[in-house]
Design a protein around this ligand. Sequence first.
Ligand code: ADP
Ligand code: MG
Length: 353
Amino acid sequence: MIEVSSLSKRYGNHLAVDNVSFSIQKGEVVGFLGPNGAGKSTIMNIMTGYLSLTAGSVSIDGFDVVEQPEEAKKRIGYLPELPPLYTDMTVREYLYFMCDLKKVRFPKKPHVEEIVKLVKIENVFDRLIKNLSKGYRQRVGIAQALIGNPDLLILDEPTVGLDPKQIIEIRNLIARLGKNHTVILSSHILSEIQEVCERIIIINKGKIIADDTPDNLSKNLSKDHSLALRVMGTEAELQKILASVPGIKALTSLGVKEKGSVDFIIEPKPGFDIRAAVSERLAERKKTLLSLHSNEMTLEQIFLRLTEAADNGTLYFEEKAELADMPKISFDLDMGVATLEEETSAEENNEEE
Ligand code: ADP
Ligand code: MG
């Protein structure tokens, strides 16, 4: 449904989008994830025909956004970063106005009423937009995007500036819309994208650095499988027992988190699955294992790892099979924060200015 090939955008001499290609199939719900300034809005503005491109092409359902903008735009509902709301209009006036602007040919009344119901703004239908809360305004912005029944919805940071309750509501709305639309949404907040998207395109400094399902992203990047365990006993005795298990690269004690037990993180040597050996050895010594689980990376950690790797000139695509060379995440467990170890083996690559 969407083909973006070798897309670049230059503002003056700043390259904001750098040779980006991807395609999106009908029905997909895709998240653009990247830090502020990554180029997400620029790509969306080009896809929707609101901004010219410097090189490459974008087509929507086979219609080139530069050659056939009318045809392409008809298929897209767009919620820009700053929705074009006419704040002196009521919601009703605004949505009918948008019907005229988009040259909607079918009966307006049932169309507007259906959308108003779908995005749950019936109760503010006759209020002035300027008197609405940010959450309601955002829903009016989404309603506006739905006018004309476009198949494709492009939503730029739809939850920015909303409170947690409003965020959940908008997220649920997007999930509902995703059932019968192709949706692209952007965010700089991972948890938001993770919740609703079946595919994540990570953008950093104008380039795509990863494009995969949330599951695959976390699987492919957490192959080292460090283990977190909680065992009953004292630190000294347990340390001794655990250290005797073959295949351990590093053993770190986290101290007592639950009375009578000690928490440990075990990092196995590459290629070793030590789960069975650990539990058997503890059983031999009559030590009770309270919990044992793989210390999987959160998407937040993955994101950090990918963006750092990209800054070092290493891309996820190329490195899938060679993850041992990626910068290593170490866990600051008390803070619950992941940090990157300072030294990486990735070679310097400064061709990008
Ligand atoms: P994002 O939406 O991911 O935060 P943007 O697409 O807004 O990123 O911006 C990408 C880069 O392009 C940023 O470095 C930004 O400063 C720059 N940029 C965006 N719009 C303009 C503009 N109209 N003129 C000059 N530079 C711009
Ligand atoms: Mg933006």
